[in-house]
Design a protein around this ligand. Structure first.
Ligand code: AMP
Length: 419
């Protein structure tokens, strides 16, 4: 084979797109139920937008971005996530001036050069939402409820919502020193990755996947026990709001998230059905990002979720088998001379909004009938000399075998009524 798709990318084939469409439609309906409006941003942005927002020392910026220099010498990057682009658009188009609380959602491809494995791709798709302009903890609770509602809409109940607070610059810097001091005592026993993080991002050591790191850090101080009054109050109010909204959650002091811009609330939704890449959703509050990217200081909160991971859970479910797309009518041609009438009838059907198919390969009538079956057409007519002369056709319903004699005019009306 001469060309193959790039490692870590996937073709979504005609048999699979129906499920994607259904999933996207359900996501849109749930987002709109919570009054979020869709935003679409370009696939690439200036590299510095991501470096600035996600953080130079994160895995994403440090080793996973698809960055390239274009012909004018500008460094551009395929978006590795959506929040930075959404905030860039929010600032650029003054969205905050139109509405004090801007609520937007997206469904978008994202690109990261990771080691491909089940549930981890290089081009994947994220859906997510951002509420920009409010600092109240109830908005964090709404974001969590919205992400959970999407899984519930698909009948997925078996997931865990884990919440934490990662504090703010006031309490976090003090806490980081405390954590570093604690971890330094065991630093030579930590994994190489965690040893590197001790200087750059010690909080990430707490969510290390290395079992030995987890054991070594079992008594490490946690951010949630070292919050300033404001962050502590916010975390308590968030839990109160989640209780009111009926969202089940656990407090997990080890959820820190990989991105630099989080403040206060950080959360994840995980599923045991997924194996090692078990994160369905990641999200939280990022009160400093709008200012960091050149806008007015504006609090915000959001989440991002992986489409492929949602689909992995759904594909295990029988009830998610979708209808395949199929034509309502297949028009077969009895002979070469009738082919023109078949073409014009097909055009008339489509003008009337009736999905229809004909035989484009000029096959025998028997082969055309087999094709109508393969296409799962609901109805079939055969047009030949006789039909043209009498201006009538026999419409056969494939499933029941029922037949109806109709004029060409009646045919459109009959099928329109069956839509
Ligand atoms: P993150 O921005 O890393 O928190 O990602 C948010 C969500 O996107 C995760 O919870 C996953 O569901 C999904 N995700 C992240 N990276 C990948 C990837 N490489 N392949 C597939 N899904 C991903």
């Amino acid at each position: 084979m001469k060309f193959k798709s790039i490692k870590g990318t996937k073709d979504i084939l005609p048999d699979e797109t129906r499920l994607w469409q259904l999933v996207e439609q359900n996501i849109r309906e749930t987002m709109e139920l919570f009054n979020y409006k869709e935003i679409r941003t370009p696939v690439f942005e200036e590299t510095s937008l991501f470096a600035r927002s996600i953080g130079e020392l994160t895995d994403i910026v440090g080793k996973e971005m698809y960055s390239f220099t274009d012909r004018s010498g500008d460094s551009l990057t395929l978006k590795p996530e959506m929040t930075a682009s959404v905030i860039r658009a929010y600032i650029q188009h003054n969205l905050g001036e139109k509405l004090p609380l801007t609520k937007v959602y997206y469904i978008s491809p994202a690109f990261r050069q990771e080691r491909p494995q089940a549930g981890r791709l290089r081009q994947f798709h994220q859906f997510g939402a951002e509420a920009i302009g409010g600092s109240n903890p109830e908005i964090d609770a709404e974001i969590i409820a919205l992400s959970a509602a999407i899984y519930k809409k698909f009948g997925i109940q078996e997931f865990q919502v884990k919440i934490n607070s990662v504090g703010c610059p006031v309490c976090r810097n003090e806490y980081k020193e405390k954590l570093k001091e604690h971890l330094t005592k065991v630093s030579d026993k930590l994994s190489i990755e965690s040893q590197k993080r001790l200087e750059t991002n010690p909080m990430r050591i707490l969510d290390s996947k290395d079992e030995n790191d987890t054991i070594l850090t079992h008594d490490a101080p946690l951010m949630m026990h070292n919050l300033c009054d404001e962050c502590k109050n916010h975390f308590e109010k968030l839990q109160e709001a989640l209780n009111i909204l009926g969202i089940q959650y656990v407090v997990d002091g080890r959820i820190v998230r990989g991105l630099d811009y989080y403040t206060k609330t950080a959360y994840e939704i995980t599923s045991d059905e997924l194996g090692s890449q078990n994160a369905l959703v990641g999200g939280g509050r990022y009160d400093l990002l709008v200012k960091e990217l050149g806008g007015k200081s504006t609090p915000a909160v959001g989440f991002a979720a992986g489409m492929e991971r949602l689909l992995m859970v759904l594909e295990k479910r029988e009830n998610m088998k979708t209808d395949t797309q199929h034509p309502k009518l297949f028009i077969a041609s009895a002979d070469e001379l009738s082919y023109k009438k078949v073409l014009s009838e097909a055009a008339r059907m489509r003008d009337a909004g009736i999905a229809c198919e004909i035989d484009w390969l000029r096959r025998s009538l028997k082969a055309q009938m087999r094709e109508a079956d393969r296409q799962q057409a609901d109805f079939v007519v055969v047009i030949g000399e006789e039909e043209i002369k009498t201006n009538t056709v026999v419409l056969k319903e494939m499933k029941s075998g029922n037949q109806n004699k109709l004029s060409f005019v009646e045919l459109v009306n009959f099928l329109t009524a069956k839509k």
